[in-house]
Design a binder for this molecule. Sequence first.
Ligand SMILES: Cc1cc2nc3c(=O)[nH]c(=O)nc-3n(C[C@H](O)[C@H](O)[C@H](O)COP(=O)(O)O)c2cc1C
Length: 446
Amino acid sequence: MKSGTKLNLGILVDPHGNHPAAWLHHEAVLGAEIDARYYLQLAQKAEQGLFDFLFIADSPGLRQGNIQAFKRWPVYMAQFEPVTVLSALSMVTERLGLAATVSTSYFEPFNLARQFASLDHLSGGRSAWNVVTTTNPSAGKNFGREHFEDHATRYRRAREFLQIALGLWDSWDDDAFVRNAKTVEYFDPDKLHTLGHKGEFYSVRGPLDVPRPPQGRPVIIQAGGSDAGRELAAETAEVVFCGERTFEAAKSFRADVHQRMARYGRSPDELKSLANLTTVIGRTQAEAEEHFEFLQAKIHPDVGREAISIDTGYIDLSQVPIDQSIPPSVFPEDTERSKTYMKLVKDIAADGNPTLEEVYRRYAPSRGGLLFVGTASQAVELMGDWFTGGAADGFILTPASLPTELNKFVDLVVPELQKRGLFRTEYEGKTLRENLHLRRPKSRYA
Ligand SMILES: Cc1cc2nc3c(=O)[nH]c(=O)nc-3n(C[C@H](O)[C@H](O)[C@H](O)COP(=O)(O)O)c2cc1C
């Protein structure tokens, strides 16, 4: 199968799904966040559906904000550490890629390189790392950082962090380990390289104590939509998550990152832009809408306020009644947190003078992404249009509720995608790179 002829699919696993009220659905598994068997079942379902990868998002610290709202919206409040759970999943899956966010602001590059090199070996070449700078200011307090770094500094740090990790993964040449009992040589010292990095934020000598990963290095993912995020994606990412909500915006996002890639001597086929798609699938339109309305009706006003507040720099909406519009003056001009999410909220609030309740009902179910509520064939229509029209190379699915929406996607949408020739009927390769049609990078010392 040639690259670019079929779309690629990842699934983001928040334990109960992406909708703030997902855990209140009758099919939700309470306690899912620490249930290994639950993760195993999701992974096996995703693999049955021939997904490229399963992805676990992360922020290393509880969210900061209104705890009375979070008690009704528990995402990121109780969870597994992502690389740990992926390591377990690597033992019970064969082809599914295993992706996780690790923060460049609060980890050390050496630890990260070691963890992902290990995961890549454990899984036989199926690991991917989502490079995220972390927008949650309270995370820093877990790492001795009293002050939240500004956006530009976080991205400068991320770039240096990434360059170190890439260097460390090249510590050993692919054929460095000869393991020759006759000559009594386990490895060839000439094939070992010391990085010797000294930069603005880090000093890392290396080398790494893990042989070169099967994929050369994990697949690199990037998800920041700001100018700095796009630039980092253009320089190094192989998958980028696109949080745009319209065809035109996603198409121009993809074209913009492609055009930036030229600066780094990279060609567009070295990057897959996956649009963030939240799904609610029904056997009929009415069934899908009924499910969606069930979830929407369960968004508590405190949760709705909080969803807007945390993504716009903790603005105080406690005094705004839900049947009134949000005064534009409460929004700051700019934010040091997520520029992408803040723009999205502001755009929704400015579109037709909606009430606070209307804003959170439009924003909270999919946050940075496109919301789809309808039948499988309508979903395939939409996905096909975005794919063939150049708005996306595929989708990062953020199902409204789990496990319900993953099951429906695999049972109803995947066969329809296959029937229309838009999606694979079997895995093409063994490694995630092979399935994404990404080349295995040569070592910088080769
Ligand atoms: C599909 C998807 C997954 C994301 N996963 C994470 C995550 O795990 N952790 C996180 O802090 N941010 C996550 N983000 C948010 C962005 O990575 C980014 O941190 C945020 O948009 C701020 O960057 P920006 O100002 O460059 O947009 C995700 C975004 C999308 C669209």
